[in-house]
Design a protein around this ligand. Structure first.
Ligand code: HEM
Length: 127
């Protein structure tokens, strides 16, 4: 993928803002909080590395952790469609708080939505 999206998001500064705004919301969210660790510092650091590469910036996540294999890494967490939708909602709020323009947000969400739905590993009733 080209670095165009990465730059439109504001590069390192923009992605840091998004990640900070996102996990501040996760920490208070009744649907997502229960499956995340209490201390989100390392989670947020990994997500910064990952989103940097996901949006076309330097491959920081793979340099430290190897192939992302995201679905496999999420299997130990019960992710229902409801949780995936919530993840996407909070991420949308985080993009808005970070001041990302609407066209860039839509482009980013085409990719984020696909990836989030791919993480689903249980039904809503199994939560
Ligand atoms: C890790 C939940 C979607 C990227 C995690 C963790 C949880 C989680 C609970 C573990 C946190 C930790 O142990 O520190 C969810 C839920 C999702 C979702 C409920 C809803 C669909 C996504 C998406 C992406 C993503 C769409 C990427 C665009 C990551 C990354 C990690 C992670 C990079 C760290 C993996 C590692 O190296 O351990 N996620 N996630 N997640 N998530 Fe998600």
């Amino acid at each position: 993928m080209s670095a165009e999206l990465y730059h439109a998001l504001g590069g390192e500064t923009g992605i840091r803002r998004i990640v900070e705004a996102f996990y501040r919301r996760v920490a208070e969210d009744p649907i997502l909080k229960p499956i995340f660790p209490e201390d989100l510092t390392e989670t947020a650091r990994k997500q910064f590395l990952f989103l940097t590469q996901f949006f076309g910036g330097p491959a920081l996540y793979s340099a430290e952790f190897g192939a992302p294999m995201l679905r496999a890494r999420h299997l130990r967490f019960p992710i229902s469609p409801r949780r995936a939708r919530r993840w996407l909602e909070l991420m949308r709020e985080a993009f808005a708080e970070a001041g990302i323009d609407p066209a860039t947000t839509e482009l980013a969400f085409l990719r984020l939505t696909k990836t989030a739905m791919h993480m689903v590993n249980i039904d809503d009733g199994e939560e």
